[in-house]
Design a protein around this ligand. Structure first.
Ligand code: GLC
Length: 482
């Protein structure tokens, strides 16, 4: 099953992260020379370029394309979404017919941005072209695009970029290297739409030039700030190719932020980007949260669906609870990562109501506690919150990390935020390491009433009121002496 194969690729990648983090500790030699542009940038310059993204912590992923027209259903199947073409084996000409039905008259970019902003999200990344090869803007790279092939007759990206900026959010675009519609990607067998192993060199060069045309438009017309590549795991796509696109794009816009999937997920590790390993600016664990962070200067973002599908599936009502999403966000931030949470709009341009309601609830928690997430760094405390399963395995066969939802911590200069998922009986007790407490209070207590605490050397005990202020996560603020 292709997805399974791909998931294994991703899972292998995650194990590479862990291996690279360990290897990095021994200052491993770069396995892949850095892209020229990447190598020319100092770590401090790169940290400055990544600053808004690092401080944002939480973004909205949007998967929207022709696959929203069937909405996950086809010939009795109800489990489909953005992999519709591959999973059904539908003929290209028959899939193209969905374009004539794609007319998102209810699309309101300002409404989408309001939903993201109310959720506490600071940036949006939308699919400009997914594996189906259908461009969501009027590109010169292919006439297989929303302006030329649909009754809607115009692009949807620039209006969203402008709406995002009006609301103070950042805007990014997802772009798939794999393109099931492009003639260069002849199917390896009937009913399949891409060849995972080989591509004619002349067709590949032509396709790379087409990608550059399309990518340059995204930079110049939407002023995209993040290029979120995907569909890079085929044998015919290499880190060399990724470095060519990376350098091309960063020359177009030196401030652009590009994910690691511009390179080839098999060839390079995701951690240690600034050591020249892999290509790109941040790692992209998918549908999972790494066991621990990767240390300073290594950027990463977990992307995750809100239900079980990236693209719209009319039957999928398996929405993650507000508790799960908030605690995932906290867990990720406590390890120094970002959380890109996905919605799959309907073909009409409407984001499903249950998704909107869930995002509003998440925003409610962030309205009170956002200070403990935005602009924070990882926990200053040692120790893991969880352990590896002795029975469950990941897709790569490695033991699955099982998180323990007791508490986490995030940090800023002069403050440590202890996120209490379980409410301790009277006292929060921790081996505080180098943290020297000066005062303590609960973030959700409008009065910030001081809490009693004792610290003997490395042991810190904070006296807590009987009841938590928030059933999902009550944040204890420890002001520190640094
Ligand atoms: C998976 C899905 C792909 C989706 C991506 C987002 O790879 O197969 O469709 O765009 O995740 O990270």
């Amino acid at each position: 099953m292709k997805i399974k194969t791909k998931l294994v690729h991703r899972a292998v990648l995650m194990s590479l992260i862990a291996a690279a983090a360990a290897a990095q500790a021994q200052t491993a030699k770069p396995t892949v020379p850095a892209a020229p542009v990447q190598a020319a940038e100092t770590p401090a310059q790169r940290d400055a370029r990544m600053a808004w993204w690092r401080e944002a912590r939480f973004g909205m992923f949007i998967h929207w394309g022709l696959y929203a027209v069937p909405g996950g259903e086809w010939n009795g199947r109800k489990d489909l979404a953005e992999w519709f073409m591959d999973e059904t084996g539908i003929a290209r000409a028959d899939y193209e017919k969905f374009a004539a039905q794609f007319n998102p008259t209810k699309y309101d970019p300002d409404e989408w941005v309001r939903i993201a902003k109310d959720a506490g999200m600071k940036y949006i990344v939308i699919t400009s072209k997914h594996h189906e090869g259908f461009a969501m803007w009027d590109t010169k790279g292919t006439d297989y695009n929303i302006a030329k092939r649909t009754p809607y007759g115009k692009g949807v990206l620039k209006p969203l970029a402008e709406a995002a900026r009006r609301a103070g959010l950042h805007f990014g675009t997802y772009y798939s290297i794999m393109d099931w519609h492009d003639p260069s990607q002849s199917p390896s067998q009937p009913g399949k739409h891409y060849n995972p192993t080989k591509m004619d060199p002349a067709k590949k060069r032509a396709y790379i030039e087409e990608m550059k045309t399309e990518l340059a438009e995204l930079v110049r017309e939407t002023h995209t700030e993040v290029l979120w590549f995907d569909g890079e795991w085929m044998d015919w796509w290499t880190n060399e190719d990724g470095r060519e696109l990376y350098t091309f794009l960063r020359k177009l816009d030196p401030n652009l932020i590009i994910n690691n999937r511009v390179g080839n997920s098999r060839a390079g590790s995701l951690a240690g980007m600034d050591k020249g390993e892999g290509v790109g600016d941040f790692g992209t664990p998918e549908q999972n949260i790494p066991a621990r962070g990767f240390g300073p200067g290594v950027y990463w973002e977990t992307c995750m669906t809100l239900n079980d599908h990236w693209g719209y599936n009319k039957y999928d009502d398996h929405w993650k609870s507000t508790e799960v999403v908030v605690r995932n966000l906290v867990d990720i931030a406590s390890k120094g990562g970002n959380y890109l949470l996905n919605v799959g709009p309907e073909a009409s341009g409407v984001i499903p109501a249950p998704a909107v309601a869930r995002l509003r609830d998440i925003g409610g928690w962030l309205k009170v506690n956002g200070e403990s997430i935005y602009g924070t760094g990882p926990t200053p405390f040692a120790g893991d919150h969880g352990g590896y399963s002795t029975s469950e395995k990941n897709d790569d066969g490695k033991p699955k990390w099982i998180p323990k939802w007791d508490w986490r911590a995030t940090s800023k200069k002069g403050k440590v935020y202890v996120h209490l998922f379980e409410w301790p009986d009277k006292t929060f007790h921790v081996d505080a390491g180098d943290v020297q407490a000066k005062s303590a209070y609960l973030l959700a207590d409008a009065k910030h009433a001081p809490l009693k605490f004792t610290q003997n050397g490395k042991t810190l005990d904070v006296q807590l009121p009987e009841k938590a202020l928030d059933p999902i996560d009550t944040v204890l603020v420890i002001e520190t002496k640094d």
